[in-house]
Ligand binder design. Structure first.
Ligand SMILES: [Zn+2]
Length: 369
């Protein structure tokens, strides 16, 4: 098993594993391709919204497994539930996920611990790891929007790990969900991560437990420009600068969630493809629907907003031989390039051989205790 401590000791350089959100087949293929190019272990994660979009976690698990098999992916990879509640976590534990996140951070501290402990008791006997959350991130996560950040209290972290039994903890330290992280940037507090680890080390938890960074997309400005030059109207989009993310990895962050960056790349790809192939949508109901949805909502960046009219079974399978083949090939390439680059920046590139041989089929988590 890859432990947090092993990750931090590779050639003396700290590293974190990238966790990439997935909603449809070609996105999964692109993530896996990027991980192979970087020779990195990785996490594919599906939010509650993604599970709903695809009609249940079993469909997501089947889709990701198909992409793993078809590409011959043999590096350690894990399927994780992102931002689940208790029913979603229970469902994913039974449906082939290797790891689940229980986000009940809105509850009072003791109630949060109790809910997480319930899920841990179900998950650990099956070898499934559990991530929890402490503090509130600003921004929009699925359908929940929060204007303010409530930082995690570092003094509570060792106690939280101890009482809940969770494996990892997402802490609010100033990152935020969604495409615009600008408002929170000056509040980014890497010292909170450092303080958390000092406390964890004092309780002997720093080798077996670790901290997670949500809302960590870099929001590449060239993607925003590309989207806008092909009919989009995105504004006020600032991500977390890579040097800040690397500082957080240096302080001990070992899992980094990336959703927005992939959404932007996918949206830029569809907008560019349709603009550069005028009339291509005429021969395909799927492409015509995408064109119409993008034309009607210039601010859209979530692919589910403009792919939603397509039959989900089609989105869950290899698009070769359909009208979606070419744009999805470009999506795959775009996602792969970004994932590869991030793995190099996160320090996880080249780490795959150091992880004991898990295959996706056993659903073993790459960061299980
Ligand atoms: Zn999150």
């Amino acid at each position: 098993m890859l432990r947090a401590a092993e990750l931090s000791s590779l050639e003396g350089r700290p590293a974190a594993i990238g966790a990439f959100n997935v909603n449809f087949y070609s996105q999964a293929e692109g993530i896996l391709e990027g991980l192979r190019r970087a020779e990195a272990p990785g996490i594919l994660q599906a939010s509650r919204g993604a599970n709903k979009f695809q009609g249940g976690p079993e469909n997501i698990a089947e889709m990701v497994l198909a992409a793993v098999r078809k590409s011959g992916h043999s590096l350690p990879v894990c399927l994780h539930l992102d931002h689940g509640d208790e029913p979603a976590a229970r469902e994913c534990i039974d449906r082939g996920f290797g790891s689940v996140m229980l986000d009940v951070s809105k509850l009072e501290y003791d109630a949060n611990i109790a809910a997480v402990r319930n899920v841990v008791q179900l998950a650990h006997p099956k070898g499934i790891s559990v991530e929890a959350e402490l503090g509130h991130l600003a921004g929009v996560e699925e359908d929940v929007s929060s204007a303010t950040t409530t930082y995690a209290d570092p003094y509570l972290v060792p106690n939280f790990f101890d009482k809940s039994g969770c494996d990892s903890l997402a802490i609010a330290y100033g990152t935020s969900h969604g495409p615009d992280k600008g408002a929170g940037l000056e509040k980014l507090a890497v010292h909170i991560v450092e303080k958390c680890y000092r406390g964890m080390a004092a309780f002997g938890q720093n080798e077996s437990r670790f901290l997670v960074s949500h809302g960590s997309s870099t929001v590449p400005q060239e993607l925003v420009k590309e989207i806008n030059s092909f009919g989009g109207k995105m504004k006020d989009a600032r991500g977390i600068p890579m040097d800040r993310i690397q500082a957080a990895i240096g302080a001990g962050i070992r899992k980094i969630n990336i959703d927005t960056d992939l959404r932007l790349g996918i949206t830029a790809t569809f907008r560019r493809y349709l603009a550069e192939h005028p009339g291509v949508e005429r021969g395909s109901a799927e492409l015509a629907g995408i064109w119409k949805a993008l034309d009607g909502s210039p601010a859209a960046v979530d692919p589910r907003d403009y792919l939603g009219h397509i039959g989900r079974a089609l989105l869950r399978r290899d698009p070769r031989g359909t009208a979606l083949e070419e744009p999805m090939r470009l999506v795959r390439e775009r996602v792969a390039a970004h994932v590869e680059r991030l793995c190099r920046e996160f320090g996880s590139a080249g780490l795959a051989p150091r992880v004991e041989g898990h295959s996706f089929d056993t659903m073993a988590s790459v960061y299980l205790r």
